[in-house]
Design a protein. Sequence first.
Length: 136
Amino acid sequence: MIKTGSYVLVYCKEKNGEIYRVVNFYGEYPAVYKTSDNRWASAVDVRLLKKINTHRLQVKPRRIRFAKPVIIYFHVPDIPAVAENYEALYPTPYYERYDRKAVAHYGFPLKELLQVMNATTLKSLGLHVDIEKLRN
């Protein structure tokens, strides 16, 4: 879930001089957040971790100092199976879970996030981001 006020990466492609937004069939526009050193990073997403393992990529989550706390709020009903699902979605040490929220402490700097996306989602959409051309 992307919280209000966050930023996401939206992939676009040029065709015949027109810019088109690429619709991602899996809803995987990753949310990105400013870091304390004024860069961009994503919080850990378990779906992304699975892709990294599946594709044997050499990218690991890093401890990120976000400029503002990245907090995900959720409703935990009194059903143990659902509560366990939140533990799986927001695992420690990547998140610190409280009663009805999780605070992100780990993530991927933008270039590493795009490296994973290039090898997985973007590749399946026929896209590629030239990471070397990014400023930071």
